[in-house]
Design a protein around this ligand. Structure first.
Ligand code: MN
Length: 283
């Protein structure tokens, strides 16, 4: 199935950091040609209200809702056209829009250096990208008045995160829904990234979305992220992990978040990422 690339250039701090320019950097590095992908254009996903919403603790709550709806329409249109969406962030907040568009029962392969499971007031920053997995699985903050969570926790696989480094991170780790199976980076490396990828692809039959927060990589190989976290994957591990997921018939689409283009002035990290994505997503 052909890929269609959609830009969701949102920075959930509302401060226009370099991740807002991630999609443009990936395009400039040749992503569309490398994937032989269609161009789905740019979604209206900008968040520039840096104020924390008093009801939820979330920065730019109304804009986060609006961005999610815009992303959902874009993803739905690509799927209706029989194509596979590749959503470029921006940050992980984009997943709210993705799952508003996906059919109930869709799973999530969530590759990230952090669990993104804070709550609105427990997060020091109030950024949507601190808490989107909590929100998606029904643990708040509640933005969409949903009865059922956007993703069933037992259909999420939390992969590649590192042990909490401080008190806030420890509270965040404790909030993670116990029904979500976790493969932290240490365990992934012990079992072998390729083996973990094959097992994840093989363990179910339902449709699933692949989300890659590039801070799942080690800052030694990819320093161009806003929240670097030591102990991450190298490029070869990432490729062998996502290859089986991308080749799986279960794959609905994918998203890539958190490349800080401002920290990659000559585009070398964007080009490396495009190489790895092309190797994994085309076959
Ligand atoms: Mn993330």
């Amino acid at each position: 199935m052909r890929w269609t690339v959609l830009d969701a250039a949102l920075d959930s701090s509302g401060r226009s950091r370099g991740e807002e320019r991630g999609p443009r950097a990936l395009r400039a590095a040749g992503l569309l040609a490398a994937l032989d992908a269609d161009d789905g254009g740019v979604l209206d996903a900008r968040i520039d209200d840096a104020a924390r919403d008093p009801a939820t603790g979330l920065i730019g709550a109304e804009q986060v809702r609006r961005a999610a709806r815009a992303i959902a329409s874009g993803v739905a249109a690509v799927r209706a056209a029989g194509r596979r969406p590749l959503v470029l962030g921006g940050d992980c907040t984009l997943l709210l829009g993705v799952f508003l568009a996906l059919p109930p029962g869709s799973g999530l392969w969530f590759l990230d250096g952090h669990p993104d499971f804070s709550d609105g007031f427990g997060s020091a920053t109030g950024e949507g990208a601190d808490m989107e997995l909590s929100l998606l699985t029904g643990h708040g903050p509640d933005l969409f008045d949903r009865v059922a969570p956007l993703v069933a926790p037992e259909l999420v696989r939390l992969v590649g995160h590192r042990p909490p480094g401080d008190e806030e991170a420890r509270r965040e780790a404790e909030r993670v829904d116990p029904r979500i199976p976790q493969v932290p980076a240490v365990e992934l490396r012990r079992r072998g990234a390729g083996r973990v990828g094959r097992e994840l692809a093989a363990e179910g039959t339902g449709p699933a979305w692949l989300h890659l927060d590039v801070d799942v990589l080690d800052p030694a190989v990819l320093p161009a992220v806003t929240y670097p976290e030591p102990g991450g994957l190298d490029w070869a591990e990432l490729l062998t992990l996502i290859g089986p997921l991308a080749r799986s018939g279960r794959l609905l689409g994918a998203s890539v978040a958190d490349l800080d283009a401002d920290a990659d002035p000559d585009g070398r990290y964007a080009r490396r990422l495009v190489e790895v994505l092309a190797a994994a997503l085309t076959h």
